[in-house]
Design a protein around this ligand. Sequence first.
Ligand code: SF4
Length: 248
Amino acid sequence: MAHEEGEAREELLALVRSLKAQIRSDSDVGKIPSYLCMKGDMPQENRPLQNKRSVEFHRETRTAITLEDVKQELGDCQRCSLGRLRTNLVFGEGNPKSGLVFVGEAPGGDEDVQGRPFVGRAGQLLTRIIEAMGLKRKDVYICNILKCRPPGNRNPKPEEINACEPFLIKQLKVIKPQVICALGTFASHTLLKTDVPITVLRGKFHAYHGIQLMPTYHPAYLLRNPGAKKQVWEDVQKIMRFLSPQKL
Ligand code: SF4
């Protein structure tokens, strides 16, 4: 009994931490927190979000800012210490009008050399997943939380995320996807401002500034744990059921 109470307390604390982080995130970008939306506006699994936050997010993008503008603003970025360590900045690539954006953690060694996202072994697996969805890489947009490789592929640091994430947000505002697929724990935790385990987050749509966000396992994890491919397949099928064909 005491053990169960302890677990329940831990779960409650995790939820409180997650809520605090969400409040900080919402206030950082000047959004109305989702928990203040009217009941009918709250996100529901497997159906579109048409709430106030969605409208606001999209309204902010009416000025004709392009991905090229965002890239130019980023320039030869040295906003964090990763700038001087990179070979190439990995901005992202794909269809700038796609309804589906994949967001990973950060470039790895192959990506750093080529200046393109998800081109190593994990990237090849992502390409196969996209093709299994009946799409091509050029149909979707692929990017990362960070645009420069952390040395030794270590986890990104908070100051690096703080410096880089605003540009990801700008990219998403330009693209206005219907769905974001967050690849792996790190991308999911960063975007959703939570530390709820990926095992709990995955398989369900979550609200991200009015966009449906589906967390799933990172392709690099699938290379080490092929048994998890089935769950990823289930997750991407939910995405495909949700997306309108004309948005791809
Ligand atoms: S990781 Fe992002 S913020 Fe840091 S130098 Fe690279 S582009 Fe700039």
